[in-house]
Design a protein around this ligand. Structure first.
Ligand SMILES: [Zn+2]
Length: 328
């Protein structure tokens, strides 16, 4: 694990490397960008370069094999601290505890690096406590604030930090990472990457969420059912999540179920399925279907998703779609 191993974020890393090589590292940074895109990971690599016993600071990257690099990788380095919020927000006691350490020189590293997660979710009292540290930064200490967005952070804090934005990763990069590092098959990886908004961390969270969703019921009671009565349509729509994000996830999964159903008609190789665990259910229902009807469903589902993304009336959009399914 070193800068070399970071997925994407070339620009942000170039800035950090330049700062290291030109000896312009400052005392406080703000790394900001979507949740789960790798900000904390980059912060840890930065801490490694600064402390690498193989003179990482002269090379612009960590060696990954010296004692310091290894200790940071294993969260055992006494000078590299990561402060995670207790519950929803960072607490003032956590910062006070950290500040006690700051009175001393680093124990064994060249720099003490403190990484504050969720810096945009600080209690107001804590912002003030932190501000004191930012105003008079101790020697050999680097503070890295991690936030989803600077919005809501105190301007006095922002003005004292060097801001490094992190952009969402391209979908293709997230797919490659899921396939290569997490051994997820290409089709499932494509679905997760599409839903992840360029965030590998979020892709993994969505994978867990999807596993919680009763996909088999969705297939047997909705996507794979040929016709519905009006009452069934109403009841089904009532059972869907009312919150837009949750609903969009269900619609994406439904699309992937339909795609698998179409594939079942074409091929017998289940290794390419997004949900290979449902192969038995696919086989049981696919014979009732022809290609035209399956494609019609997939198309209308896509149109409906787009309409809901553009803030169309959810209920109306879903009703129209299901009526067209019955007629189609
Ligand atoms: Zn090293």
């Amino acid at each position: 694990m070193s800068f070399k191993t970071v997925l994407g974020h070339e620009k942000s890393i170039r800035w950090l490397k330049q700062a290291i090589l030109q000896k312009r590292v400052v005392h406080s940074y703000l790394f900001w960008g979507n949740e789960g895109i790798g900000k904390k990971y980059v912060a840890l690599q930065f801490a490694k370069v600064l402390n690498c016993l193989d003179k990482g600071w002269e090379k612009g990257d960590a060696c990954d094999s010296c004692v310091s690099c290894k200790k940071i990788d294993q969260s055992l380095h006494p000078d590299v601290l990561v402060l995670e919020p207790e519950g929803q927000t960072l607490k003032v006691d956590q910062v006070r505890e950290m500040q006690k350490d700051l009175a001393y020189r680093p124990y064994e590293g060249r720099y003490r690096v403190i990484i504050l997660s969720a810096a945009d979710r600080m209690a107001p009292q804590m912002s003030n406590t932190l501000l004191k540290t930012l105003e008079e930064p101790p020697l050999h200490t680097i503070l890295i604030l991690i936030a989803n967005h600077p919005r809501g952070m105190l301007p006095t804090i922002l003005s004292r930090c060097h801001s490094i934005p992190f952009s969402p990763l391209p979908t293709s990069l997230v797919v490659r990472w899921l396939v290569e590092k997490k051994k997820i098959n290409e089709n499932e990886a494509s679905l997760l990457a599409l839903l992840s908004e360029g965030s590998p961390g979020k892709a993994l969270e969505i994978k867990e969420e999807i596993e919680q969703i009763a996909r088999e019921d969705l297939l047997k009671q909705w996507v794979g059912v040929k016709s519905f009565t009006l009452g069934e349509i109403e009841r089904f729509i009532d059972s869907l999540p009312s919150q837009r994000q949750g609903l969009l996830l269900i619609l994406e999964i439904s699309k992937s179920l339909l795609r698998d159903l179409i594939m079942t008609k074409i091929s017998k190789d289940f290794s390419e399925w997004i949900h290979p665990d449902l192969s038995g259910v696919y086989k049981a229902i696919v014979s009732q279907w022809d290609f035209t009807s399956l494609f019609h469903r997939l198309e209308t589902l896509q149109e409906t998703t787009r309409a809901i993304q553009k803030n169309a009336n959810t209920r109306l959009a879903l009703e129209t779609m299901m009526l067209s399914w019955v007629e189609g």
